[in-house]
Design a protein around this ligand. Structure first.
Ligand SMILES: *[C@@H]1O[C@H](CO)[C@@H](O)[C@H](O)[C@H]1NC(C)=O
Ligand SMILES: *[C@@H]1O[C@H](CO)[C@@H](O)[C@H](O)[C@H]1NC(C)=O
Ligand SMILES: *[C@@H]1O[C@H](CO)[C@@H](O)[C@H](O)[C@H]1NC(C)=O
Ligand SMILES: *[C@@H]1O[C@H](CO)[C@@H](O)[C@H](O)[C@H]1NC(C)=O
Ligand SMILES: *[C@@H]1O[C@H](CO)[C@@H](O)[C@H](O)[C@H]1NC(C)=O
Ligand SMILES: *[C@@H]1O[C@H](CO)[C@@H](O)[C@H](O)[C@H]1NC(C)=O
Length: 323
């Protein structure tokens, strides 16, 4: 009987969720109206969201292409997510009237090139999620459209090992999160970032080698994260930190790296590449490192910069000993 009741209950639920599945979920908070139409299999921009919607979530639909002035109903948008929507083209005027939009997510769409300067109407755009190789096709004469970007997230590319030149005009860019497709990061990979105020960099990918001057163009970088580079070499990665010598930094996150070459010991000489940086937070979690040479700590030039030396580093060593 109980089982039958449960089955009945489950079935009522499944019918309800089926009936409502094509509608958008609306959430109202102070100064925020979110309309969630994701995964609804829609092929057009839904008209049912309130006209003062601030956050429009459309990911995982099948929009194909975005036509002229297609969002003019939603002039109050601040956040628009059209990732995974099978978009292959966007009209030049598609984003017209979205003058308040601050964040746009275009991830995971098959579009290969820009036909025009579609970001021109987006006066307040600050955060962009986009394929690297698509971004690199943005018309050069309209590069001023991306002047106010502060955060960029990219996937794919760069196909020639060098991030696109368009980054060089981003005078407000302080945060860059990217996938890197190649095995080697080169001395010239970050050349386009020379004139940006980039402070935070996170690189994902299957990197095996970092050339020694890779990070040299990043003159004000203060956080570096190379998460999950399982095929990277400890000896190689630490040497590439040489360019940060005597610099103040917030964080070096090298967790989940160095898994493939059996490098179990950090010698004092190697550790000096870290010790010579005045860094507040250091993470070496989830590596195969078993031992850090005891004299490495004594020789650290900037030992007192490290906020969490006791917690982070000692935790690492004691964890290794108890294993
Ligand atoms: C949107 O308009 C409705 C009334 O139509 C109002 O209750 C709500 O507070 C408004 N939301 C925002 C974010 O302006
Ligand atoms: C999505 O819609 C198309 C027709 O527009 C249909 O053929 C397809 O089965 C639908 N997919 C899902 C998952 O509902
Ligand atoms: C994506 O759009 C193309 C047309 O541009 C269509 O042929 C294809 O079936 C769509 N893919 C999916 C997964 O809906
Ligand atoms: C950048 O921001 C400034 C100040 O908020 C604004 O006047 C300008 O139009 C913006 N530029 C672009 C290209 O969005
Ligand atoms: C590499 O490709 C990017 C576009 O992805 C381009 O901006 C850059 O100029 C190219 N660099 C070289 C050295 O060819
Ligand atoms: C990268 O730069 C360093 C320092 O200038 C240089 O020694 C090294 O040979 C360069 N690497 C390559 C592959 O050019």
């Amino acid at each position: 009987m109980v089982i039958l009741q449960r089955l009945f209950f489950i079935c009522v639920n499944c019918i309800l969720s089926f009936v409502y599945s094509r509608h958008c979920d609306i959430t109202i908070r102070v100064k925020e109206l979110r309309c969630d139409c994701s995964s609804r299999n829609v092929t057009f921009i839904p008209a049912e969201c309130p006209s003062n919607t601030t956050d429009l979530l459309l990911m995982k639909n099948n929009l194909n292409s975005l036509g002229k002035k297609i969002f003019t109903r939603y002039t109050q948008l601040r956040y628009l997510d059209i990732s995974s929507c099978n978009i292959s083209a966007i009209d030049k005027s598609a984003f017209e009237k979205l003058t308040l939009l601050t964040e746009l997510n275009l991830f995971d769409n098959p579009m290969k090139t820009f036909q025009g300067n579609i970001f021109a109407p987006l006066d307040d755009l600050q955060v962009l999620h986009i394929s690297h190789d698509l971004l690199s096709t943005y018309p050069r004469e309209a590069w001023s459209d991306v002047l106010n970007l502060t955060k960029v997230f990219t996937y794919g590319g760069p196909s020639n090992g060098s991030f696109a030149e368009i980054f060089s005009v981003m005078k407000n860019l302080h945060y860059f999160h990217c996938d890197y497709e190649g095995y080697v990061i080169h001395n010239y990979t970050f050349d386009s970032f020379k004139r940006t105020p980039l402070k935070y960099l996170c690189i994902n990918g299957g990197i095996r080698e970092i050339e020694i001057d890779t990070f040299a163009p990043l003159e004000v970088l203060s956080s570096l994260s190379t998460l999950g580079q399982r095929f990277s070499k400890l000896s190689n990665t630490l040497q590439a930190l040489r360019v940060f010598e005597n610099r103040q930094m917030d964080e070096l996150d090298l967790s989940d790296n160095f898994k493939s070459y059996g490098e179990y010991v950090i010698s004092a000489d190697l550790f000096a590449y870290i010790g010579n940086i005045c860094v507040k937070r250091l993470s070496l979690r989830d590596n195969d490192i078993r031992l850090i040479d005891a004299s490495a700590f004594q020789k650290m030039k900037y030992r007192n910069c490290l906020d969490e030396r006791e917690t982070m580093v000692l935790k690492l060593i004691s964890k290794k000993i108890t294993q």
